[in-house]
Design a protein around this ligand. Structure first.
Ligand SMILES: C[S@@+](CC[C@H](N)C(=O)[O-])C[C@H]1O[C@@H](n2cnc3c(N)ncnc32)[C@H](O)[C@@H]1O
Length: 203
């Protein structure tokens, strides 16, 4: 299958939600990855604990379809939804329903001229607050310093909503606590790139 590497989230075709609404079972914990790509992180989480539901949001429709075919053939509770997380999060995910939200290497848009396309902004952080359970977790990782600094700035300014587990204005210095790796994370670790991590709890 040939897939586009990047699509512009500001494109008019991403204004309306055109994906399929996920069936969410309120009795299961739900973990969410925004910009999941092929969802390696979620598949590995699902292997470790198949009792939860793993929801991936992805702006490339064909990629979301591929994830869903994989989930069916592997019999794992992973489901991907084609959407633009910057426009559709509250439409897709009920309030106070998510236990953990993962923002793994969210952006291919690290150049200054593409800053407007970046995924993490105040609106997204507020939308995440809306869908997370009280005490729920937000875990962010990036190998791009500017993107990581921007993300920290967004969450730290919302200190009435989020508590930084590493202390205010600090990156999480230890390793990824979830015991699984996203595909980009695996590449960064294998090639020795620095990874910047943030770990918050919803207040
Ligand atoms: C750099 S990749 C990282 C993929 C995966 N999380 C990982 O760590 O390997 C970023 C992913 O986010 C998706 N993406 C970018 N902007 C998005 C948006 N506004 N809504 C949903 N997905 C988005 C891209 O299509 C891409 O699959």
């Amino acid at each position: 299958m040939r897939l586009r590497h990047h699509v512009n989230p500001l494109g008019s075709s991403f204004h309306e939600f055109r994906g399929d609404m996920p069936q969410l079972d309120g009795n299961r914990e739900i973990e969410l990855e925004v910009g999941c790509a092929e969802a390696q992180f979620l598949f590995e989480r699902a292997v470790k604990d198949p009792s939860a539901l793993y929801l991936g949001l992805e702006i490339r429709d064909q990629m979301a379809q591929w994830v869903n075919r994989q989930a069916r053939s592997r019999g794992l509770p992973v489901h991907a939804v084609f959407c633009n997380v910057n426009n559709h999060l509250r439409e897709i995910v009920p309030a106070c329903s998510i236990q953990r939200a993962f923002l793994n290497f969210p952006d291919p848009w690290f150049k200054e001229r593409h800053r407007k396309r970046r995924m993490i902004d105040e609106t997204l952080a507020r939308d995440l607050y809306h869908i997370l359970k009280s005490g729920g977790e937000v875990f962010f990782q990036s190998d791009v310093w500017d993107v990581a600094l921007d993300a920290m700035d967004v969450f730290e300014r919302l200190d009435d909503l989020y508590n930084n587990r590493a202390g205010s204005w600090s990156f999480w210095k230890k390793s990824n606590p979830y015991g699984v790796r996203s595909s980009r994370e695996e590449y960064c670790e294998d090639t020795g790139l620095t990874i910047w991590r943030l770990w918050y709890n919803r207040k």
